[in-house]
Design a protein around this ligand. Structure first.
Ligand code: HMG
Ligand code: MG
Length: 298
């Protein structure tokens, strides 16, 4: 039996905008987040407090988080890689902290300049600091299906990393198919292994749609009882430190599918599609989600 209700975690302002070539003006980022806050979404990842040299697109993280209108029904989260990032995030009173690392050495090294074993103590400190400040912590594990540098990822390796992060005190882990290569049979294999160790409520899925398999992968996850999915307005997204990564599953396309299956989200499809459409002007390009194409009359 499929879940009756699903929570969407909007990552467009972070995963989406980190992967744009140009710098999106701070005012536009604030407007985007404020508009997303009025769609019924109750979770928005707004930016990241990583090194501005590594992700110049989000160098305005402090300004963005300090300037948005906080809707009390929305949790505003941000990525944090280390203590320096945590200081900046707490200074602007982020609601929730997201730590991140990869299941594979190659991507972990390329993305955060550390081996997997070097990463654990750094993240442990961040989790302890965030919890001490009263913040909930979410953990991302990237490259859970395949790594662009190391190839196929064994599900047992994903379990190993997730166990470490849960031990630190994260409440939920988002499993990332970072480069969007996964297919339903692989997601099935991964979730069978994960659900031997963890409850479905402890997991979220984060699918990139590089090869058009994201919605099929969502469906497979729903069949395993997963009720939390990351998605990005307009299907924006990608990791600059993962060769070949492109957009996340589009929030509006995911919403359409869930809505037509009778699964509640509390999010208004029309409003989300309007916000996505408005981003075409800001970004100076056409977006490729199906709902946006339909709204354009194509
Ligand atoms: P590093 O150079 O190894 O850092 O970078 P370091 O600790 O050696 O410090 C070097 C200098 O940077 C120091 O300054 C620090 O203060 C400064 P100095 O003393 O030399 O003057 N510094 C910072 N400044 C501001 N904010 C900070 C910060 N940290 C250090 N937070 C680091 C290591 C992790 C910082 C770097 O590699 C980095 O920022 N990487 C982030 C890459 C990234 O954001 N990738 C995209 C997000 S992950 C993703 O997209 C995947 C996901 O969507 C899930 C999926 O799809 O799978 C989440
Ligand atoms: Mg991502």
């Amino acid at each position: 039996e499929l879940p009756k209700r699903v929570q969407l975690k909007e990552v467009g302002p972070r995963d989406g905008l980190q992967n744009e070539k140009g710098f999106i003006p701070t005012e536009e980022k604030i407007k985007l987040i404020d508009r997303l806050s009025e769609t019924g979404l109750d979770y928005i990842e707004v930016t990241s407090f990583v090194h501005p040299k590594w992700i110049p697109q989000l160098a305005d993280a402090v300004k963005v988080l300090k300037s948005i209108k906080r809707n009390p029904n929305v949790t505003y989260a941000a990525l944090v890689p280390n203590m320096k990032g945590l200081e900046r995030a707490l200074e602007c009173n982020v609601d929730e902290v997201s730590i991140f690392m990869s299941a594979s050495e190659g991507h972990n090294q390329a993305n955060i300049n550390k081996s997997i074993n070097e990463t654990f103590p750094i993240l442990k400190e961040v989790v302890e600091g965030a919890l001490a400040a009263g913040k909930n912590v979410r953990g991302y594990v990237s490259t859970v299906i395949t790594c662009p540098y190391d190839g196929y990822t064994e599900p047992t390796q994903v379990v190993r990393i997730a166990e470490k992060l849960f031990e630190m005190g994260v409440t939920e882990i988002s499993l990332g198919d970072t480069i969007g290569v996964g297919v339903p049979t692989q997601v099935d294999t991964l979730l069978i292994e994960m659900l031997r160790h963890f409850k479905s409520e402890q997991l979220a899925m984060h699918f990139h749609d590089t090869r058009g398999t994201a919605l099929a992968n969502v469906m497979t996850s729903l069949m395993h009882g997963i009720t939390k999915f990351d998605s990005s307005i307009g299907g924006l997204g990608g990791c600059p430190y993962a060769k070949g990564a492109s957009g996340n599953v589009a929030t509006e396309d995911l919403l359409y599918m869930l809505q037509e299956m009778g699964i509640e989200t509390g999010v208004q499809l029309e409003r989300v599609t309007e916000v996505a459409l408005s981003m075409e002007n800001v970004l100076g390009k056409k977006l490729s989600s199906k709902q946006v194409m339909i709204a354009r009359g194509e």
